[in-house]
Design a binder for this molecule. Sequence first.
Ligand code: G6Q
Length: 548
Amino acid sequence: MYYFTKSQAYKRLKRHFNEIKHIHMRDLFKSDGDRFEKFSIKLGPILFDFSKNRITEKTIELLIDLAHEASLEEKIKGMFSGEVINTTEKRRVMHWALRVPENKEVVVDGKNITKDVWNVLKKIEHFVKKVRSGTHMGFTNKKITDVVNIGIGGSDLGPKMVVKALNFLIPEDIKVHFVSNIDPAHLSMQLQRLNPETTLFIISSKSFTTLETMENAKRAREWIVENLKSADAVKNHFIAVSTNLQGVKEFGIAEENMFEFWDFVGGRYSLWSAIGISIALGIGFENFKKLLNGAHMVDEHFKNSPLNKNIPVIMGLLDIWYTNFFGASSIAILPYSQCLEEFPNHLQQLIMESNGKRVTKENRVVDFNTCPVIWGRVGTDGQHSFYQLIHQGTQLIPCDFIGFVKNPYNNEKIHDIFMANFFAQTKALMEGKQEQKVVEELKNSGLSDTEIQKILPHKVFPGNRPSNSILIDELTPYTLGALIALYEHRTFVQGCIWNINSFDQWGVELGKVLAKGIVNNLTTKETCNAYDSSTNGLINYYKKIKRG
Ligand code: G6Q
């Protein structure tokens, strides 16, 4: 049975790692003029350059051997044929089916899933058109001007990221907001700027039981009913997206205002489903379809391309290379696009919730590291903050640079300056700055030899810091859909190599239960003795100060 660190390929990679770990990328580039051609893949409007990684052709060959030994191709087939690969929750993993074109059947257990998917998509299309045209109005017959998505985790991060990224496609007469936190401040901050007569709430929750979402939804309902002075206003101002019809009905939202999705879609993979209705309301249904098309293009690429020409496969294998051989414990996501401000946040959930696991699919506690920490921030802001550590710190942090040739807000000249930073940073990380060059510069600036020796080590950059460059022609719904799908499949590849279940989230479920218990302790008068001394102490202090 396959186990990552016991595989033949792992052992060969370990030997290979020891042979190449001291080789500098600078030398790899010097000795091979074709490195960029060899280590880059073009996929439609996306150029993926992975040549600035600490790899040789041999590394890729061995990583591909590892993928074979882990049965990656069979596992990819398994996901795309609807096998129950989410074994702990006994579910299929079929977010990819949400972006299949209408004329392409996806048959599972004799049922054509595409039909169900497109029925909901058509319902979304119809509703979006009604809201945007002013046919669906508020209770007092005013056009909807503001849409508030109330949801958390997968029911928030994906749509929020896309809405922000494609903001330039949202017309001025509609605004899309997101409320996720149960901190009353979050909803209050939104409500104080909104007009109840023209606000539509989307209650997005796969389970329709999540505490944060349900509490915020109740408060929003009270706000509407109080301000519009009628419980009947709910039908004009609330819709729901969920798999839980009963829960939606009990909340008071009629079935015709509910948009369905299915158990085979994990929360963090759900922006393609009706959970994305806030996106469609903002950018329009046609653009939402283009987002789906871009992701579908990547699904086909992932399913059909040979492993060594397959972008998500190479991305995922490089993650293994750095995590399990170089000992890297994080990956920085660095979009050179203000529009992608929320992208690192979305990826944090996507990757860490998927692969932050410690037990294999065969129930064995692993003896190797799994998911690295995912973090990041848009360039060039990051450059003026944490890049210092990436350049000269003691940890190896592989980076993803993501940028676009064209800027949706035009201004070519300034965009060139912006992107010059992208290219310069990847080059500097790879090459570093050697002693000789620093000495030369310091001499030219008039420093004496003694002064130079004092400052020299601080000014040297070791380089040999790896990065991927993802350069995309233009930011559009299509390319954004493709980009997100690349990361979804990259996450899957990591999980296949580690042989973990990337599709459950028991750690998240734990949080949902824990807080519910403690809420009762906060509302009773009695001193709390139910927990450890720290938790009791904190709870009792909170109660004392609250009472005044
Ligand atoms: C995502 C997780 C989790 C989930 C939220 C919200 O993959 O399952 O982040 O999306 O906990 O859950 P509901 O959509 O059920 O409210």
